[in-house]
Write a protein that binds this ligand. Structure first.
Ligand code: ATP
Ligand code: MG
Length: 201
């Protein structure tokens, strides 16, 4: 069974393919129109706008905070009860050094505000902060996907691995569409969620 969607697709493999195709087209437009550069780097409002833009043709929940608790692997993302407070606190986190920016990214991943598409939208959000603050972005083609995922799984406990992976991948090539699009190459990362009810917490 596929996640409820605007495309009328009920097979999850078909949905994954169509979702990827449509969101990539939207990601290009987000970049090419200059809309992305108008967003305020490091705020939840900008992540919300990115998520809405990428997924508005696919999901009703595009840009909307999730209404279920989520887990991946053994990790439970921020409980719904604390999600809004967590997002307000993340907005206030500093972002003037590479370390601070990655720490902010890690917290946003723990918040995982959306039902789907957190990885892609939050990597674009991360790059927007890096671009604004450090005039750099991550060249995701230099980031091994498996290493990235392992480091992200580890990041709520210890963020040194993800810092270690992202730092050498920084590039000054901040206006390259190819570099930007590498960050949302989705197919390698796919893994589904477990959802659970509040009383199971
Ligand atoms: N066990 C875990 N613990 C913490 N974070 C995780 C875990 N597994 C995955 N993540 C993070 O969640 C992201 C995936 O979130 P989600 O599936 O909502 O987004 P996506 O855009 O569909 O996926 P992707 O990042 O795979 O392109 C990963 O990129 C990673 O940063
Ligand atoms: Mg996903």
């Amino acid at each position: 069974m596929a996640l409820e969607n605007k495309l009328g697709i009920d097979n999850s493999a078909d949905l994954a393919r169509e979702e990827e195709r449509i969101s990539k087209k939207k990601a290009v437009a987000l970049f090419e129109t200059g809309l992305l550069d108008q967003l305020e780097a490091g705020k939840f409002s900008s992540l919300k706008a990115i998520h809405k833009y990428l997924f508005e043709d696919v999901y009703d929940f595009a840009g909307e905070i999730r209404k279920v608790n989520l887990a991946k692997g053994n990790f439970r993302f921020a409980p719904l009860m604390y999600l809004e407070t967590a997002l307000e606190n993340i907005d206030k986190m500093p972002q003037s050094t590479f370390e601070e920016i990655v720490e902010k990214y890690v917290e946003m991943n723990i918040a995982h505000p959306f039902r789907e598409g957190n990885g892609r939208s939050t990597r674009i959000w991360l790059d927007l902060i890096l671009k604004n603050e450090l005039h750099k972005v991550v060249d995701w083609s230099q980031v091994d996907k498996e290493d990235y995922l392992l480091a992200m799984e580890r990041s709520p406990v210890r963020d040194i691995e993800i810092k270690h992976i992202l730092r050498p991948a920084l590039t000054n090539d901040i206006n390259s569409r190819e570099v930007y699009m590498k960050g949302i190459d989705h197919s390698y990362y796919y893994e589904g969620y477990t959802t659970f009810k509040a009383e199971e917490l």
